[in-house]
Design a protein around this ligand. Structure first.
Ligand SMILES: C[S@@+](CC[C@H](N)C(=O)[O-])C[C@H]1O[C@@H](n2cnc3c(N)ncnc32)[C@H](O)[C@@H]1O
Length: 220
């Protein structure tokens, strides 16, 4: 089928036609992640080592991106998907209304909904939930990370802090993905990528997948 026709189809049809039926449940999970970004996260996780891969996600909401990362890790030995979120709908001021409406629609506990979504997908085995703010969790973090996905507080200072706290743990050859870098009203992620990532020779193969910036840490 022509690429132009695929672009006009709904998310489920796009996934199915592109051979990603394993990602179909992601469509039913509330959140913010387009089809190309979902596929990219899945493929990044799937390409990680088969033994002991560590993925850290900052900003999980109800598990839309967590699901894609978890699907990519499926079948890997001793893989860990570490999801960090306060699960209280807090964050940057620009997102406050959106999060409040989303939390209302859940009508209950966001962490419970997140865990329900991951359980339904059969993805609890690799899951490690860190309920809290990323900079607090960072104080106790000392391990190398294979894939870091930043999608928490989108304010400039917060994204900068997340980057400085967490990106240094990404191992040589590991990946950094940042959401909403090419975005209409959030400019925090874009500024951080422009100021700290794009010109840093530590990061190679930088590219945008829709709004998401992806780069790999240089092998020494
Ligand atoms: C844009 S949403 C994440 C969307 C999710 N990745 C998806 O695929 O739908 C951002 C999430 O980050 C959380 N958050 C905000 N500030 C945070 C912080 N400092 N540390 C961790 N999570 C944070 C928000 O409460 C919200 O759940």
């Amino acid at each position: 089928m022509q690429t132009k026709t695929i672009r006009r189809l709904g998310s489920r049809a796009k996934l199915w036609l592109r051979g990603y039926s394993m990602l179909l449940p992601y469509v039913g999970i509330d959140g913010w992640l387009c089809v190309d970004e979902a596929i990219e996260l899945f493929e990044l996780a799937r390409a990680l080592p088969d033994d002991g891969a560590v993925v850290v996600e900052i900003g999980s909401w109800q598990g839309k991106s967590s699901f894609c990362l978890g699907q990519g890790l499926r079948g890997k030995r001793a893989a860990r998907l570490c999801c960090i979120d306060p699960f209280d709908a807090s964050g940057d001021a620009e997102s406050a209304d959106l999060y409040a409406a989303g939390a209302d629609a859940v009508g209950g506990d966001l962490r419970q909904r997140f865990e329900h979504n991951m359980r339904e997908a059969g993805l609890l085995d690799h899951l490690e939930v860190h309920q809290g703010l990323s900079h607090e969790v960072a104080k106790q973090w000392h391990e190398p990370i294979d894939l870091l996905f930043l999608d928490g507080d989108h304010g400039y200072e917060a994204v900068r802090r997340d980057y400085l706290d967490w990106a240094r743990h990404v191992r040589a050859g590991g990946f950094l993905a940042m959401h909403d870098v090419d975005h209409g009203f959030h400019d925090g992620p874009r500024r951080v990528v422009d100021e700290l990532v794009r010109n840093d020779p530590e990061w190679v193969d930088g590219r945008l997948v829709e709004t998401m910036f992806v780069a790999r840490r240089r092998q020494h």
